[in-house]
Design a protein. Sequence first.
Length: 213
Amino acid sequence: MPLPTIHLIAAQKIAHAADYSLSSRYLLGSIAPDAIHMRPKCTREWKDRTHLRIPKWADAWANSIDLLENSAGNSFLVGCALHNMLDKLWVEGPWRAFRAALPADMVEREWKQIYYQDMNIVDRWFSRQPEGRQLWNAVMHAPVTEYLDMVSASEVSLWRRECFDKFSAERPFMQAQLITVEVTQTFIEEAAEELGGILKQISASKNAEDEHR
């Protein structure tokens, strides 16, 4: 799945495409579902719950749309919903292409090593750009809240701090092998257009409903 800074860059572009207010709470929501990793002995079931893949993975998109429609103006939850939708688009795009470029019989340990090496290189690159720095600054100053009843405010706070510290550390840059900055930039632009259109449509529909009350 995309790492945190990629989610932040995408969230910003989605908001722009949807004419949606870019708040720090919205940005924090765009990384919050992954804060479940801060829970000791995090299980796959817990992560599936935070990403709305319950009862099955195929339900994540519809469940996220439902969250968008019922967020009641809560920008943090809007960010959470878009996080889950971006993950689905990522799996269908860059991740699928990545696996197709490697031998089908490559063991999981080996392809995961390549994948996360690439992802860390790319996410670190985005975090070091002026845009990435500004977004992380906003996230670090956002009011912290829980993600529904699934992730605590403490876990969200710990997650943003761990991510920020990780990509702030001084390390030499390397060259990504398969998932490159260019691949990721193209994905972000295309995903932002699609998700921005969905968010804009839902926001317009909710505004129309409010006007008729």
